[in-house]
Design a protein around this ligand. Structure first.
Ligand code: FES
Length: 119
């Protein structure tokens, strides 16, 4: 289990759980508009403690190619497993976005199939 902190709440999560689902299941309405495929970046989080060194190649490429130059600033919570304690701040939620739904629930495993590299 890992301890995940979002705002003033901390919760325990199995190490094989996707961060985006851990955040959502804790009651924080984070967006995941592409369904967890590293395409939309709406699941982005600022990691304020415990940022994982591991990164999927898909996440790295998506962040590096983003027109807003997101690489090094945020992480995609759909591409991260809760393998260590982390404190994160979701950037886009149902509370601060003008959308009618957060997006299809991501699958339980990382999609697309992860190829791991480092950040
Ligand atoms: S990039 Fe779309 S849900 Fe993560």
């Amino acid at each position: 289990m890992a301890k995940i902190t979002v705002g003033d709440q901390t919760f325990e999560v199995p190490v094989d759980k996707r961060l985006v689902l851990a955040i959502e299941d804790a009651g924080v309405p984070i967006l995941h508009r592409c369904g967890g495929y590293a395409r939309c970046t709406t699941c982005r989080v600022k990691v304020t403690a415990g940022e994982p060194e591991k990164m999927t190649e898909t996440e790295k490429t998506r962040l590096q190619q983003d027109p807003n130059n997101l690489y090094g600033k945020v992480r995609l919570s759909c591409q991260i497993l809760c393998e260590q304690d982390m404190a994160v701040e979701p950037v886009m939620t149902m509370h601060n976005s003008d959308v009618s739904d957060p997006g299809k629930r991501p699958e339980d495993h990382i999609t697309p199939d992860p190829v791991w590299t480092t950040r």
